[in-house]
Design a protein around this ligand. Structure first.
Ligand code: ADP
Ligand code: MG
Length: 384
C-alpha cells in the first residue's frame, strides 16, 4: 500500500507514523456480539494503512486514496459529516472518542489512508479504518492506550459518531487478530483471547458486490428485534442478563408469547451461541469437518431464522459446500449482501471455484470478486 507516498503528494511532507489495521472474517457468531455472547473472528492479511503527522491549531486533515477530496475539521467542533465526506466520520469519530476518554490530540493531525480491503463487503473496512486511525494517533501522541480500550473506543466511534450500532466483533478482531489464530471474544465482558487454527486451512472470500440499500437500517431493525425478544423472554427468566443467557428449549417453550419473527430471531441467536461454543470445542479436537458443518448450519440459520441473507449469498454457499476442498461456507458479517467466506483445504484454488463462478454469472449476470485471505496480525504501528 502507498499511504506514505500519497501523504507526501497531498501534504508535501513525509508522515511521522504509519499504521496498519486488518479487515476481518466473521468466522462464526452471526449477530451474537450485541446480544452478549461469544464470537469468533479472524483478522486477515488485508486492511487499511494510515500515514500521519501532527497538525497545527487543532485542525484535522484527512485524505483517502479511495474516497475523493481532503476532508478538514476542527477538533473543538467535531460533528458527523454528511454526503461525500461521510467516510471521514470513522477517523473523526475516533478522535472524538479519544477526547471523550481524556486522550488529547489537541494539535490536530494530518492523516492519509490506503486500503486493499473492499469497502462495504462485510469484511469490516470500517473497523479497519478506525483501528488504523487509533493506532496511528496512539503512536503520534504517545497516548499509551491499551489494546482493549482501543477496540472499545473505536466501537464507540462507530456506534455514537458514525451512527452504526455494531457490536464489538469488528473492532475486537481488528485489534486482537493474530496470524494462524482466531480471535475469541466474550462480548458480555468485552474480553479478548485467541485460539489456534490448523495450519492446513485456507480462507476464500467471495464478494457479491451487492449491498442492500437499507443495510444500516436493516441491521438496526435486527438489533431492535433481538431487544424486543429479550424483553419478552426475560419476564420468564428475570435472572437473564442478555438474550444469550436463554436456552433454546426455553425459547421453544415461550414460542406463543413471541411474534413469529421475534421467535425466529431469538432462536437464531441462542442456537448460534451454542454453535460458537461447539466450534471452539471442535477446534480443540482438530475436528475440522465438524467445524465446517457448523459453519454451514450457521448460514442456514442466518438465512431462515435471522433472515439477513440474500439469494446471491445463498447461491454461493450452496454451490461451494458441494466442492470436495470446501469444509464449510457461510455469509460473513452483517449480511443483507456482502461476502461469503469458505474454509477450504490448501488445495483449493481459483480453478476449483470456476464452476461455481460460471453458474453464478449465468444466474446473476456478473461474477463475484474472489480472493484468498490468510489470517493476519491485529492493528500495529509499521516501521516509520
Ligand atoms: P464494511 O465495514 O463491511 O466494509 P461499512 O459500511 O461498515 O462496511 O464500512 C464501509 C465504509 O467505510 C465506506 O463506505 C467508507 O465510508 C469507509 N471506508 C472503508 N474503506 C475506506 C477507505 N479506504 N477510505 C475511506 N473510507 C473507507
Ligand atoms: Mg463495518
Amino acid at each position: 500500500m502507498r499511504a506514505a507516498e500519497v501523504f507526501l503528494e497531498r501534504f508535501g511532507s513525509s508522515p511521522t507514523v504509519r499504521s496498519f489495521a486488518p479487515g476481518r472474517i466473521e468466522f462464526i457468531g452471526n449477530h451474537v456480539d450485541y446480544n452478549g455472547g461469544p464470537v469468533l473472528g479472524a483478522a486477515i492479511d488485508r486492511g487499511v494503512e494510515a500515514a500521519a503527522s501532527i497538525g497545527t491549531n487543532g485542525r484535522v486533515r484527512l485524505y483517502s486514496a479511495h474516497f475523493g477530496d481532503v476532508v478538514e475539521a476542527d477538533l473543538d467542533r467535531l460533528a458527523p459529516l454528511k454526503g461525500s465526506a461521510a467516510w471521514a466520520n470513522y477517523p473523526l469519530g475516533v478522535a472524538w472518542a479519544l477526547a471523550k476518554h481524556g486522550c488529547s490530540v489537541a494539535n490536530g493531525f494530518n492523516m492519509v489512508f490506503d486500503s486493499d480491503l473492499p469497502a462495504g463487503a462485510g469484511l469490516s473496512s470500517s473497523a479497519a479504518i478506525e483501528l488504523a486511525t487509533a493506532t496511528a494517533l496512539n503512536g503520534l501522541f504517545d497516548l499509551k492506550i491499551e489494546r482493549q480500550d482501543m477496540a472499545r473506543w473505536c466501537r464507540e466511534a462507530e456506534n455514537e459518531f458514525a451512527g452504526m450500532p455494531c457490536g464489538i466483533l469488528d473492532q475486537g478482531t481488528s485489534a486482537f487478530g493474530q496470524a494462524g489464530r482466531l480471535v475469541l471474544i466474550d462480548c458480555r465482558n468485552e474480553t479478548f483471547g485467541t485460539v489456534p487454527l490448523p495450519e492446513a486451512l485456507r480462507f476464500w472470500i467471495f464478494n457479491t458486490g451487492k449491498k442492500h440499500a437499507l443495510l444500516d437500517s436493516l441491521y438496526a431493525t435486527r438489533r431492535r428485534e433481538c431487544e424486543e425478544a429479550f424483553a419478552v423472554l426475560r419476564t420468564f427468566r428475570p435472572d437473564a442478563e442478555c438474550l444469550v443467557d436463554i436456552q433454546p428449549e426455553e425459547v421453544v417453550l415461550r414460542r406463543d408469547e413471541l411474534r413469529p419473527e421475534l421467535y425466529r430471531r431469538a432462536m437464531h441467536i441462542v442456537n448460534e451461541t451454542q454453535r460458537v461454543r461447539s466450534v471452539s470445542r471442535a477446534l480443540e479436537k482438530d475436528d475440522i469437518n465438524a467445524v465446517g458443518r457448523l459453519l454451514v448450519e450457521s448460514h442456514a440459520s442466518s438465512r431462515d431464522l435471522f433472515e439477513n441473507s440474500c439469494a446471491e449469498l445463498d447461491f454461493l454457499v450452496e454451490r461451494l459446500v458441494n466442492l470436495p476442498e470446501v469444509y464449510g461456507a457461510r455469509l460473513t458479517g452483517g449480511g443483507f449482501g456482502g461476502a461469503v467466506m469458505a474454509m477450504t483445504t490448501a488445495r483449493f484454488s481459483v480453478e476449483s471455484a470456476s464452476p461455481v463462478m460460471a453458474s453464478y454469472a449465468k444466474r446473476f449476470g456478473i461474477e463475484p470478486a474472489v480472493f484468498s485471505a490468510r489470517t493476519g496480525d491485529g492493528s500495529h504501528v509499521l516501521a516509520r
